[in-house]
Write a protein that binds this ligand. Sequence first.
Ligand code: GLU
Length: 434
Amino acid sequence: MFRMDTQSCADESMHTIYDDEVFQMACEQFRVIADYLNIDKNDREWATYPKRAVAVTLPVHMDDGSTRAFQGYRVQHHIALGPTKGGTRFAPSLSMGETAALAMWMSWKCALAQLPYGGAKGGVAIDPTKLSRTELEAVSRRYMQEMIPFVGPHTDIMGPDMGTNEQIMAWFMDTYSVYMGYAVNEIVTGKPVAIGGTEGRREATGRGVVYLVERAMNMLKMDPEKCTAIVQGFGNVGSVAALSLAYKSGVKVVGISDAYAAIYNPKGIDVKAAEQHMIKKGNLRAFDQGDRVEPGEFLTLPCDILAPCAVDRVITGKNAGQLKCRILAEGANGPTTPDADLVLDQRWDEVFVIPDILCNAGGVIVSYFEWVQGLQAFLWSESEVTDKLFRILEHSFAQVIRRAKDHKVSHRTAAMAIGVERVIKAKQVRGLFP
Ligand code: GLU
């Protein structure tokens, strides 16, 4: 349980629609950075609370003839640097507070990569795996329909996140375009290439994770051929990261998992076979290459690279001391709690952390490329996209490492500080109106 500092977000007696443990975690992370940067207390609430937040009810006809009303959210964190940008999450436990935390992280992430965006996030409190295709389409279209007054290619651009995919982005784009009367493909990123999506978006986040892991291995003089990896999560990020580690970097992947199974095999897992299994069965429950392990035990198994690519708060004060990896590559958003950071700060020479806002930035960077291509109606090749992606990641990585070294702070503190500074500076220079 994290206590909100009176200097970071709000006075503890002040209740807001964001009250939630994940939002408190994002505030606590911000407080650490604000203290380090000596941010004036007058600027702290302004920097943490979202600019706008919308909650909508989505009535949908279900296949069995019933009508369900699902809850949808969209949070736009700040608009000092440009329109807001962020993914859409379909997950049963999604709340306004969690959405706000994710939007705040998007702000620091975009600013670190120098994208001209504020952060946003949205989604529906729903389990997409429990819906038929018709129901999923109805929820997706209804969500976009309700959001039309609040989003736009120059105000807030949606993208994919956990539980959503290219097809859902296509339904969003179609719903918005039907309403406007012409094709507005720049309203959403992560669309299929057939309707103006960019080459390389689907693979971008996982590819970015692996690019940075390779940079870290190189810095630490680790031979990829002698390294092992455990990847938590086998969705869009985890599966691409695991495939790329195994077949591009030459790392032996010894652990993979999804919401149903965690599999460990010290001899190495055939990740392509796991991908095929996933395509056929939809989950890893019956994938039989290795031992089943308890999810709690999975992250503390021996490996050189540990890549949490699933949900938030999996590395805590309890298990951070037991991690056996040399590199912690945070493909997920918010996988490590502030309590765990205190432990990892002590272990800085044992565990090299690639913090989430750097590690998983590949997704939103290529989303930015997709938006730019859409606005200009000028499409790039996959190699142009990947080259430009790696150039931005390289620059961000170098800045974070240099800042951490010069100021003797953790990689997370360095990464967040660079992002937070840019946002605060933009807010200050634009000023408070009136
Ligand atoms: N959901 C991704 C993230 O958390 C990307 C969002 C986007 O492409 O807009 O960074």
